[in-house]
Write a protein that binds this ligand. Structure first.
Ligand SMILES: [Zn+2]
Length: 95
């Protein structure tokens, strides 16, 4: 995908730019939330919306389902999160 041709998913403006942002994320178990830093995000100068694209959200959700979340500190970088070893929790697969 051409990075310079990104449109805002909210207002369809071409002023949307790729950026990295910290995101608060509730764990699948629902007992606590963590902060994930350096998450690939989109920032729109037009409507001021900051958001993550569906693919990024899906990857994070899948990863949190498959790793041992008790090992995650309050704050983790997106890169660290994606590198965590996955456990085999077969029943959690959605596909
Ligand atoms: Zn926008």
């Amino acid at each position: 995908m051409d990075k310079n041709d990104k449109r805002c998913e909210w207002c369809n403006s071409e002023a949307a730019m790729e950026t990295i942002l910290p995101v608060y994320w509730e764990l699948p178990c629902g007992t606590r939330a963590i902060q994930i830093t350096d998450v690939p995000s989109v920032s729109c100068e037009e409507c001021r919306m900051n958001y993550q694209e569906e693919q990024v959200i899906g990857e994070i959700e899948d990863q949190l389902m498959l790793v041992d979340t008790s090992q995650i500190e309050k704050v983790i970088t997106h890169k660290e999160l994606m590198k965590l070893p996955r456990m085999l929790k077969r029943n959690y697969f959605r596909f």
